[in-house]
Write a protein that binds this ligand. Structure first.
Ligand code: ZN
Length: 313
């Protein structure tokens, strides 16, 4: 399987939207000819859903709102709009129908999850770039929300949506996989290691540094696996697999616990409820599942189910 095929299986990835690219400057939505569907968002990037179902809600156009045109698909044009908070106004609703996408994504189909992730990232970028980073003047939205420009004529710097790359890596030593947890995570939840790419390093440099800093493990080789948009708030997760020769662990303050598990130990730990694998809509779950599949030729969830069925009551 190629990296492009692996990435397509990651939630939020593979959104089949036609983005406007070079046409953004001249594009006239009124001449599109198809249906316009607009998402309502809060300034913090939460997207409105329907009150009677988990699906995304479609709003009427609001003249007073900021808006980004996202793209079109099958004759439908998609956009997201949001209003600036009023200093004296009522607080925005904190409860559904504006759920946290991190919790809600698993209830959406692939298209709506990808669309909500894209919309969320754009709203958050706009809200965090309302002033120029060079001169401090206000910025204004251009190109249907895909660029901001400094309003100071002497500066006029253009600002583009940013993405923050982070690596996430399944480290193995022979037949054993390294899993770790942070104290702030839900009880018994374990995942593979991850961290932000720093200026001046390649992705592979970052894998080696992050794994060593967090666990003391020296990575010998690493390979790219797949990627996943991660709009919390502006991440791009870059998945890797890596190998090491030594299992010695020296944990930093970020990690509460780490351990090495072979495929059978992993299945037994999950089946017995001693270990909760990463969330089902994360690339970390995919890395763990692919690690198991590669070694045992069957899916991790099937192995866990078989293990539970074989347990005497
Ligand atoms: Zn400026």
């Amino acid at each position: 399987m190629s990296a492009s095929q692996r990435s397509l299986r990651n939630p939020f990835a593979g959104l089949p939207l036609v983005r406007f690219g070079e046409q953004r400057e001249q594009f006239d939505p009124s001449g599109f000819g198809g249906e316009l569907r607009i998402l309502n968002a809060l300034p913090d990037g939460r997207i409105q859903t329907q009150s009677e179902s988990p699906q995304l809600a479609w709003a009427d156009p609001s003249e007073a709102a900021d808006r980004v045109l996202l793209g079109h698909y099958q004759g439908i044009l998609y956009a997201v709009q949001w209003r600036q908070p009023q200093p004296q106004g009522p607080l925005p609703p904190a409860q559904p129908p504006y759920p946290d996408l991190r919790m809600h994504a698993q209830l959406l189909d692939d298209f709506e999850a990808g669309l909500a992730a894209y919309a969320r990232a754009m709203v958050i970028w706009h809200q965090r770039h309302r002033h120029c980073g060079l001169c401090g003047a206000s910025t204004t939205s251009e190109a249907h929300g895909h660029r901001r420009r400094c309003s100071n004529a002497d500066c006029a710097t253009e600002h583009f949506p940013r993405v923050d790359p982070a690596i996430i890596v399944a480290v193995s030593c022979g037949e054993r996989l390294l899993l770790a947890r942070q104290a702030s995570w839900p009880e018994r939840r374990y995942s593979v290691l991850a961290g932000f790419v720093e200026p001046g390093e390649s992705l592979e440099d970052c894998v080696v540094r992050e794994v060593f800093e967090e666990s003391g493990v020296v990575v010998r080789e690493c390979d790219y696996h797949s990627s996943q948009p991660w709009p919390f708030p502006s991440g791009l997760m870059l998945g890797f697999t890596a190998q090491t020769d030594r299992e010695d662990l020296t944990l930093d303050d970020e990690l509460e616990h780490a351990l090495w598990l072979d495929p059978e130990e992993l299945v037994a730990a999950i089946a017995a409820g001693r270990l909760r694998p990463p969330s089902g809509f994360s690339i970390s779950r995919r890395l763990v599942e692919d690690w198991y599949l590669e070694r045992r030729g069957q899916s991790l969830s099937a192995a866990v189910a078989a293990s539970r069925a074989a347990e005497p009551d």
